[in-house]
Design a binder for this molecule. Sequence first.
Ligand code: TRP
Ligand code: SF4
Length: 438
Amino acid sequence: MRIDPWVGTQFADYNKLLEEFGIEKFDGSKLPNPQRMFRRGVVFGQRGFDLIQGAIDGKKPFAVLTGLMPSGNMHLGHKMVLDQANYFHSLGADLFICVADIEAYATRNTPLEKGRTIAVEEYIKSYIALGLQKKRVQIYFQSTRKAVKDLAYLMGRKVNFSTMKAIYGMDDGTNMSHMFAPLVQVGDILHVQLEKYGGPRPTLVPVGVDQDPHMRLTRDIAFANRLCNVTVAKDGKVGIFVKSDEDVEGLLKVAESVASEAGFKKLKKIVAYKALYVEDAEAKDVPVLDAAMIALERKRNPFTFFMPSSTYHRFITGLTGDKMSSSKPETAVFLSDPPADGAKKVMRAKTGGAMSIEEQKKNGGKPELCSVFEMLLYHLIDDDAKLAEISEACRGGQRMCGTCKKEAAALVEAFLRDFQEKKKAVGEKWKEYVIDDA
Ligand code: TRP
Ligand code: SF4
């Protein structure tokens, strides 16, 4: 199985995805006041999230990066990742929002100028209307951020064609801009750790699973640039292992100073193994040692990065029961839909109701198969108790689809009306969020 980030695929079995690609389960129980995406299992997987949890718990700096493709209109599905980003931002993260105009040009042939207009009118203004705060936020365009493009080029050193083929299925017919687009995303994700953008710190990229290939590539490249590897060895001992062949002894000295400064005493250096064993350290100490090593490695190698972390959210099903898609207007509620039209789409949506009212009263409905319930769960009802009540009443046959849809439609209509007013009020204020460093 291969995930293709440019061809929307519907993933029915998320557990299988976890297994096949080695994505870890996401546990949001330690998050302070978790946003509903985290409470309700919408965010189901992660890579390296312990670094982010550590930064939150220790009140240390971290960054969050999300990207948008400026092609097509913004719908409710696109709002999910913004909701998550806003949550981490509220916890103190630096927030970067990337307009993937190069990617849109490379993979969808959207001219840069047009991409810019779509980004501003459809996405950036909407993000602000949806509550994006200005402090610690930068919105930028791939095409005007030199650091991103430079990194894309330079990081390409660490990946070859055979890997690109294996990850993305690229072939002899793939155009070179498309071939390069994933490296631009690598540049996006890693550039936030350059000095100019805040320095090395844990970085979270909340995405849908379709973006996991990019995360694997970026994490591999970040690791490939490291001079040392701080990890638990096969024998269970914590070690700092030098990967580089240059100045092994010098790096082992750095490792020693890091370990003793962190309070460890039982250090065993084996130069022949290029290893420093920290025998009184445990697995839980690895992140601390690694963070200290990253800070010092940076002095020797400007491309020293924390491996970026990611979280994965489920996709919202389209209102018709198919995939939600910008190219099929009936599948999604667009933020620009006239409120009455949005409501009508909900009234026509596929539910998990029975064939007849009698049958539904007798056997109940199936909220887990219902796109209206999904709308309530993802977007419209924030009160967990109220949502649970609806689900139980549906299952128990006390709640009928007609009234249920009417309620959901009214919520959508009210949401769109309020949102569109706020969006109108944004006016030229969007410019204050954009940092164009062309
Ligand atoms: N590839 C992403 C998409 O298809 C857009 C994107 C570009 C992105 N750069 C990013 C997403 C960096 C997250 C982080 O939507
Ligand atoms: Fe869906 Fe509501 Fe019908 Fe249940 S009652 S199947 S939640 S529309």
